[in-house]
Write a protein that binds this ligand. Structure first.
Ligand SMILES: Cc1ncc(COP(=O)(O)O)c(C=O)c1O
Length: 414
């Protein structure tokens, strides 16, 4: 056996074990899109989707994408350097205006936006300071920077959402320039960044703050522009990164900042310069969702909050532990791997999909099912999930068991 075959077999042992026990939960094949999907011919209510405002499959959005296919086809067969269209530039202009930033640059994914931004900005004079729960794109952008010959920044971590810990690291940093990266909402725990405190601390220590608001875009702030709007911090955060892959219904990355900084990243970020241009049907879909946000944002966001509030209240009253969540992302803490996987399988058998999050995405003892409430879920969807969660929560002793201590989770989300 070659070493790559040996390595693959060794590394896949856990996956094969779960597959053999028929509890392997990932890469399930959807037979249709949306929050109401189908798997293996069975109707499924999907609570794993990040389509937070339920707009991805809206007829207006689909029609806009269809028209764009007629005009441009499905792709542009080159990077933005050679394949920028009036549609890209117009959406960048409109996003900058809506988010209230000087300039916007569209990447092909949010992951690439973060990796490219960190690799462009950080160098040997920089200390990158990360929350210990950072998403994979933040870690990978940092590791790419750290591995770039002659440009390697210092890399430090602070305790999740801890202002004290961040300040301690800032005070003891070894390099002149500091780049602090946090997320608006943490995707495994559903808690918000303590952004006001972070803004103050960064100002005090002359540090640049980057906010990844992938999960706050479309869900926080009256207009839905994110955590900066919700916390009244416009003009206080120099760089925000977001994505089309949640509220904006497709795929694509959003970088927001000053003209000079965004233009610098546009001319240096290799994940932007050397990867294919965002397809125009996707741009058209996102532009249509932006139209809808401008027309009706406050109503759409309020409807999401009302549903999330109902679900949170009902789950808490039933006795579920939702960890640190304060948003529409609700981890249902099971705190044991087998229980989490069995709950997932039992719920799926009954037509409800919740993603299980297990080690190494979280620490042992922190295993959970993640439930994303969206505006597109109906009252019946919420009640169906609640009833099943209560029944299986009791059957699998997730409810009524002694609460284990809340230990922090780590690393990348799915
Ligand atoms: C916090 C966070 N940042 C960035 C990304 C990456 O976005 P994209 O799916 O556009 O690559 C995600 C998506 O999972 C995310 O959850």
């Amino acid at each position: 056996m070659s070493w790559i075959e040996e390595k693959a077999t060794r590394e896949l042992a856990r996956v094969r074990e779960a597959q053999d026990a028929q509890v392997y939960p990932y890469f399930r094949e959807f037979e249709t899109g949306g929050l109401h999907t189908q798997i293996g011919g069975k109707k499924i209510i999907n609570f794993s989707s990040n389509d937070y405002l339920g707009l991805t499959t809206h007829p207006r959005v689909k029609e806009a994408a269809r028209k764009a296919v007629d005009k441009y086809g499905c792709g542009l067969s080159s990077s933005r350097v050679q394949a920028t269209t009036t549609e890209h530039v117009e959406l960048e202009r409109r996003f900058a205006e809506w988010f209230e930033f000087e300039k916007c640059l569209l990447f092909t994914t949010g992951y690439q936006a973060m990796v490219g931004t960190l690799a462009s900005l950080a160098d040997q004079d920089t200390t990158i300071i990360l929350d210990s729960f950072s998403h994979a794109c933040i870690l990978d952008g940092t590791f790419l920077s750290a591995g770039t010959p002659g440009k390697s920044p210092e890399v430090r971590f602070f305790n999740h959402n801890s202002a004290k810990s961040l300040e301690r690291i800032l005070k003891s940093r070894e390099r002149k320039n500091a780049l602090v990266v946090v997320e608006g909402i943490y995707s495994l725990d559903g808690d918000r960044a303590l952004l006001k405190e972070f803004v103050e601390i960064c100002a005090r220590h002359d540090a640049t703050l980057i906010v990844d608001d992938a999960h706050g875009t479309g869900t926080l702030g009256t207009r839905g522009t994110g955590i900066i709007e919700e916390m009244g911090l416009h003009g206080k955060v120099p760089i925000v990164i977001s994505t089309f892959s949640k509220t904006f219904g497709g795929i694509g990355g959003i970088l927001l900042g000053s003209s000079e900084v965004v233009d610098f990243i546009k001319h240096t970020a290799r994940s932007f310069l050397f990867s294919a241009s965002l397809p125009i049907p996707v741009v058209a879909a996102a532009a249509t969702i932006l139209d809808m946000m401008i027309e009706d944002g406050p109503k759409l966001v309020a409807e999401l909050h009302q549903k999330a509030h109902y679900m949170r209240d009902s789950l808490v009253r039933a006795g579920f532990d939702l960890g640190a969540s304060s948003t529409h992302i609700m981890p249902i803490m099971c705190r044991e791997e087998r229980t989490t996987l069995f709950m997932h399988v039992a719920l799926l058998e009954c037509g409800v999909l919740l993603v299980p999050i297990t080690y190494p995405a979280v620490k042992h003892g922190e295993e959970r099912l993640r439930l994303n409430v969206t505006r597109g879920h109906t009252q019946e969807d919420l009640d169906t999930a609640l009833d099943l969660l209560k029944s299986y929560g009791e059957a699998f002793f997730v409810l009524g068991s002694d609460e284990k201590p809340h230990a922090p989770s780590v690393s990348a989300s799915l």
